[in-house]
Design a binder for this molecule. Structure first.
Ligand code: AMP
Ligand code: GLY
Length: 484
């Protein structure tokens, strides 16, 4: 199989690594890629917003399969254009990608399909927004309707800030606050069949202890030893399959990866959001554990032939990824800082380094080129060993101004939520009695990495630091730079 992978972040480096390791992949092209991806794929400069140029590259590389990493090209209709060109594409068409592209559309689909989620109102005026805020009460959750690059959501106890965010964003979804640990569950789907991957947890806040501003994600781990063993199967039954069936009934079948962002509340599982692509950085740990070859699965999803592809095989043990971010991230990341020590980091047993925001300068030196610069992955028989490997490797890397969280997977590892050997573990195994909406059990134990509710800490998640969130964005300086 000839594969063209699109994107340039840590998620795409993880995808490239899994595809390059797959014996079915004869040639791997990537665009635009990054220096890490360039070491294992043939890279091409490309503007992913230029759909005609992407289609041309897919043709000129004779790609059997195009794998789309980020959401924007999907929402812009890239998968539709490739379909017209007769090229198989992993990723939904524009209308199906609206599950991520419009929060109000996602709510409509969830309501129609009976999927458990926060009660919500779509508001287009200040009067409507004020009424919805009064209806749901604090903590207030206000979400810009469209794609906002991770900056559209505000969670705050401050009613005036909530209203101001609603006014600035235009059309918003205002919804009830969901209180519970967050889990990311990814499912591969061909529009009919759903194949869940290993549930993972992301750390969205910049600072240790879930302090500071929201980010794209500062680290992740899998598997979740503390989660109910049947979680993936339950979520497929109550969330993923109903969503896929609903999209098919609407005449806009969803093919690719459906990312369900979940809150495990005391009342059961609730959907926080849908995304139309692999999560970043959760993918880095989930694909690390995937023992089944990836390319055939992605091709099966793209071509409507996923039935019979499961069950998936998972490597025993655990993976933890720690993001090394640039000075100033997330507000105004510095660029061009030299990066050294990756070779030393990769000599730590069980550790390796994925490139997320890197470039090579004119002198050939590796430099930072984005907010999240590197994803250091540690693996081991359990979370504690995987953490040790990841943090030892982080310590070997030198980058001026670089910083990272110190507590990725810490609570789960300390609480003894170290996974037992999980060889052959199939997260899609039958879940026993099929739960109805909202009937899933609460997590077995208090959730590691569940951010404090806004009512306890005065939080603003998913907003730009400084905007109505002074107490969080200024509350704690980011962790010190690695290697000091
Ligand atoms: P989203 O862009 O929808 O993923 O939202 C960003 C983050 O905001 C999520 O990861 C949650 O931490 C938080 N969030 C979104 N919706 C809610 C909600 N209804 N209740 C509590 N937190 C939420
Ligand atoms: N890690 C969160 C996301 O990919 O949206």
């Amino acid at each position: 199989m000839r594969v063209l992978l699109l994107g340039s972040g840590g998620r795409e480096h993880a995808l490239a690594r899994a595809l390059a390791a797959d014996a079915d992949v004869a040639v791997l092209h990537a665009a635009p890629g990054n220096p890490g991806i360039a070491a294992i794929a043939v890279t091409h400069p490309l503007d992913l917003a230029d759909i005609a140029a992407v289609t041309d590259l897919a043709r000129s590389t004779a790609a059997d399969l195009v794998v789309v990493g980020p959401e924007a090209p999907l929402v812009a209709g890239l998968a539709d254009a490739l379909q017209v060109a007769g090229i198989a594409c992993f990723g939904p068409g524009a209308q199906a990608a609206m599950l991520e592209g419009s929060k109000s559309f996602a709510k409509q689909v969830m309501t129609a399909a009976g999927i458990p989620t926060a009660r919500a109102r779509t508001c287009v005026s200040e009067t409507e927004a004020a009424a919805a805020l009064a209806e749901f009460g604090p903590p207030f959750v206000v979400k810009a309707d469209g794609l906002a690059g991770g900056k559209g959501v505000l969670v705050t106890g401050d009613a005036a800030a909530a209203l101001a965010h609603a006014q600035a964003a235009g059309t918003v979804v205002i919804e009830e606050f969901l209180d519970g640990p967050e889990v990311s569950l990814f499912a591969l789907t061909d529009g009919v069949t759903a194949l869940p991957l290993l549930p993972a947890q992301d750390f969205k806040r910049a600072g240790d202890g879930d302090s500071g501003p929201n980010t794209g994600g500062m680290g992740a781990y899998a598997p979740l030893g503390w989660a109910p063993p049947a979680l993936a199967a339950e979520v497929v039954a109550s969330v993923v399959q109903p969503a896929i069936d609903q999209m098919r009934r609407r005449g806009t079948p969803y093919r690719g990866l459906l990312y369900a962002g979940l809150s495990l509340t005391a009342a059961g599982v609730r959907v926080v959001e849908f995304n139309a692509r692999f999560g970043d950085p959760e993918t880095q740990v989930v694909l690390d554990r995937l023992a089944s070859p990836l390319a055939g699965l992605l091709a099966g999803a793209a071509t409507g032939s996923l039935a019979g592809a499961g069950p998936l095989r998972w490597a025993p043990g655990a993976a933890v990824t720690v993001v090394i971010a640039a000075e100033g991230y997330p507000a105004a990341p510095a660029k061009g800082d030299p990066i050294d020590g990756i070779d030393h980091a990769e000599r730590i047993p069980g550790a390796y380094v994925l490139h997320a925001g890197t470039a090579t300068d004119a002198a050939g030196q590796l430099v930072s080129a984005g907010g999240r610069v590197l994803n250091v992955v540690g693996t081991g028989p359990g979370l504690a060993a995987a953490r040790d490997a990841a943090y030892q490797a982080v310590g070997a890397i030198r980058m001026r101004g670089g910083w990272y969280r110190h507590d990725i997977a810490e609570a789960a590892a300390q609480a003894g939520h170290d996974p037992a050997a999980q060889a052959g573990h199939d997260p899609a195994a039958p879940a026993g009695p099929s739960p109805g909406a909202g009937a899933s059990p609460a997590p077995a134990s208090p959730a590691p990495a569940s951010p404090a509710p806004a009512s306890q800490g005065g939080t603003s998640r998913g907003t730009q630091p400084g905007a109505a969130s002074a107490q969080t964005s200024a509350s704690r300086a980011p962790a010190p730079p690695p290697g000091r």
